[in-house]
Write a protein that binds this ligand. Structure first.
Ligand SMILES: Cc1cc2nc3c(=O)[nH]c(=O)nc-3n(C[C@H](O)[C@H](O)[C@H](O)COP(=O)(O)OP(=O)(O)OC[C@H]3O[C@@H](n4cnc5c(N)ncnc54)[C@H](O)[C@@H]3O)c2cc1C
Length: 426
């Protein structure tokens, strides 16, 4: 394989691509890894320069994701700005059903965490700059041809087009760039006819580290604890699902009126809504592929599955998939198999498939179930929430999904044993 330019090319240095590069550098340092990223690398890409911003976008990290970041030696740094979720309150507005999940019931300090995406990006970049991972940025992967011993990948950058050969191309270009379509993957797309509105909000009462998942007749919403990890504050990260008309209507309102509308939808559990920050919004679709591999190519992250954000599962699922792929590369290296060979990549797909199908079903069924106005279904879902509260087995299952522990246990742990922060919380 030495005649190849590199071993693995990762198309996309977003959260999934950068985490994969770090996991490979930690687990298989003998492999040559090149990340191709469309955006330039920022010279100030260091956590030391980080100032939390009120308007930053954040991600809910499940407990299982913390375990993975611990194995990658990144958790200690990440946790400096990761707000713990100690309780989850799931309710159906206007109906009686509700369920509560509590970290202490699972003998854990948190069910999950909320971390700003920019902070996660800086922590990842800081660690990556200390490894031998090579970067091509700004540059885009524009195509790929299979070779008998791997793949030839076409790059486009300001200096013009060029080619790089590798054993395997990992596509981590997110849900929208379209590289997977260009490479012939069939994508199943289900539009929800809804948009997610994202903003940080200030409330009169402290969140006390509780995440609220609330299903309203106009769509689900989540309010996640945000801000200091050590002092429960009054900022929450809002994910609000709305149809196009309701979204346009909301965006046209003043700050006070937006707060008022939010109050009507959410209620008073967090007291009065005082301020709503910059609002961004995304059309919601469920995108999945039947097959996430081809000879020489594997899809990861949003390129493999884009979920509804209200259940906060997308990146958590992506992380488990990345660990499945790294484990497969580790086995292939041990067995001296080509990294891009079909049996190796099939192993990745098989390892990850059950988790991914189950997680897609879980978040999609939440949306379908709670999106309905049919009275019988509404009663059944309330009974379901009540039942969840009363039946420890069902509740435990639900909690494990929410904590990102529902998938195969093997993929929760990062492969290898390279941790400087080995987990002592199990
Ligand atoms: C509103 C919203 C809220 C969410 N909340 C949560 C949550 O709470 N918890 C959770 O687990 N998940 C959440 N998610 C999902 C999570 O954000 C995604 O799973 C995660 O960002 C996926 O990252 P990615 O690296 O796959 O894709 P992206 O973040 O889209 O990164 C793709 C990267 O590839 C680069 N790129 C694109 N095309 C090319 C190319 N041809 N060549 C080279 N580079 C290229 C881009 O510049 C980008 O840097 C949410 C998603 C949305 C939309």
């Amino acid at each position: 394989m030495n005649q190849l330019d590199t071993d693995i090319i990762i198309a996309g240095g977003g959260l999934a691509g950068a985490t994969l590069a770090l996991a490979l550098a930690r687990t298989l340092p003998q492999l040559r890894v090149t990340v191709v990223e469309a955006f330039p690398l920022s010279a100030e890409a260091l956590p030391e320069s980080y100032q939390p911003s009120y308007d930053a976008r954040s991600t809910a990290l499940a407990w299982g994701s913390r375990l993975i970041f611990e194995e990658l030696g990144l958790w200690q740094r990440l946790s400096e700005h990761a707000t713990p979720i100690r309780r989850i309150h799931v309710s159906d507005r206007g109906h009686f059903g509700a369920t509560r999940l509590n970290a202490t019931d699972h003998r854990q300090e948190a069910l999950g965490y909320v971390a700003d995406n920019r902070w996660m990006g800086l922590c990842l970049m800081r660690e990556l700059l200390r490894t031998d991972v090579a970067w091509e940025a700004p540059a885009e992967v524009t195509g790929m041809q299979p070779l008998p011993e791997g793949v030839r990948v076409t790059l486009d950058s300001q200096e013009g087009g060029r080619e790089l050969t590798a054993q395997c191309l990992v596509v981590a270009d997110g849900g929208r760039s379209g590289l997977r379509e260009k490479l012939g993957f069939r994508v199943d797309e289900q539009a929800y006819d809804q948009h997610a509105l994202i903003a940080n909000v200030t409330t009169a009462n402290s969140h006390d580290y509780t995440a609220y998942e609330r299903f309203t007749d106009a769509g689900p919403m989540a309010l996640l604890p945000h801000g200091s990890p050590t002092r429960a504050g009054q900022t929450a990260a809002l994910v609000w699902t709305l149809d196009s008309e309701a979204l346009d209507d909301l965006l046209s309102l003043s700050n006070d009126d937006k707060c008022h509308r939010l109050q009507q939808r959410f209620g008073w559990r967090l007291g009065r809504f005082i301020r709503i920050g910059e609002c961004s919004h995304y059309p919601l679709t469920l995108k999945t592929v039947d097959e996430s591999i081809r000879p020489g190519v594997a899809l990861v992250g949003n390129a493999a599955h884009t979920l509804h954000p209200v259940a906060g599962q997308g990146f958590n699922l992506a992380l488990r998939g990345l660990m499945a792929l790294v484990e497969q590369f580790r086995l292939a290296t041990e067995r001296e198999q080509a990294l891009g060979s079909l049996p190796v990549l099939k192993g990745y797909q098989n390892r990850h498939r059950q988790d991914w199908q189950q997680t897609v079903r879980f978040s999609d069924s939440l949306i379908q179930l709670f999106g309905t106005h049919v009275p019988l279904v509404a009663t059944a879902r309330d009974a379901g929430l009540m039942g969840l509260d009363l039946l420890p087995g069902a509740k435990r299952w639900f909690a494990r999904q929410a904590m990102g522990l529902g998938g195969r246990r093997a993929e929760i742990r990062a492969p290898g044993n390279h941790s400087t922060e080995r987990n002592h919380h199990e």
